[in-house]
Design a protein. Structure first.
Length: 144
């Protein structure tokens, strides 16, 4: 998997689609949130954040440009992603706002490069899809 992360792969909510399991799969990969295509999972096609009525007609508009930012949906998404995947979408959006997209993408390249093989890690898996090395960003499972 290429480490060429692009601005086109950053969803309005701050998720880096390049890190998604759907984007990285070999058969029928998802083209990413902002790309057209019917190979996206149903939950991505019906994403309430992407389809937010405040963004209608302005697909290039990111959530921080909204007067309701951060809305309940975005806060809930951030909480889920922090708990499950060790990733903060609000943190991503803050980094983009403070440092700019090129610096954010460079940081993402460094952060999500597998320390074992140099491949691209998947935010949804505890191990590198290429070599099986550990994903250092995956939170430890909660003890029951």
């Amino acid at each position: 998997m290429s480490l060429y992360l692009t601005e086109a792969n950053i969803a309005p909510c701050g998720i880096n689609c390049s890190l998604c399991l759907g984007y990285q799969r070999e058969k029928k990969p998802c083209p990413g949130c902002l790309s057209p295509g019917k190979t996206k999972p149903p939950h991505c096609l019906a994403c309430r954040i992407k389809l937010c009525e405040k963004r209608q007609g302005r697909p290039e508009t990111a959530c921080p440009d909204c007067p309701s930012y951060p809305c309940r949906r975005l806060k809930d998404l951030d909480k889920r992603y922090r708990q499950r995947y060790g990733l903060s979408v609000l943190g991503n959006l803050t980094a983009i706002a403070q440092k700019g997209m090129p610096a954010f993408l460079a940081s993402e390249r460094r952060r999500w490069t597998c320390p074992s093989c140099g491949g691209l890690l998947c935010m949804h898996r505890p191990a590198c899809l290429a070599c099986g090395g550990p994903n250092p960003h995956m939170p430890a499972p909660e003890k029951q």
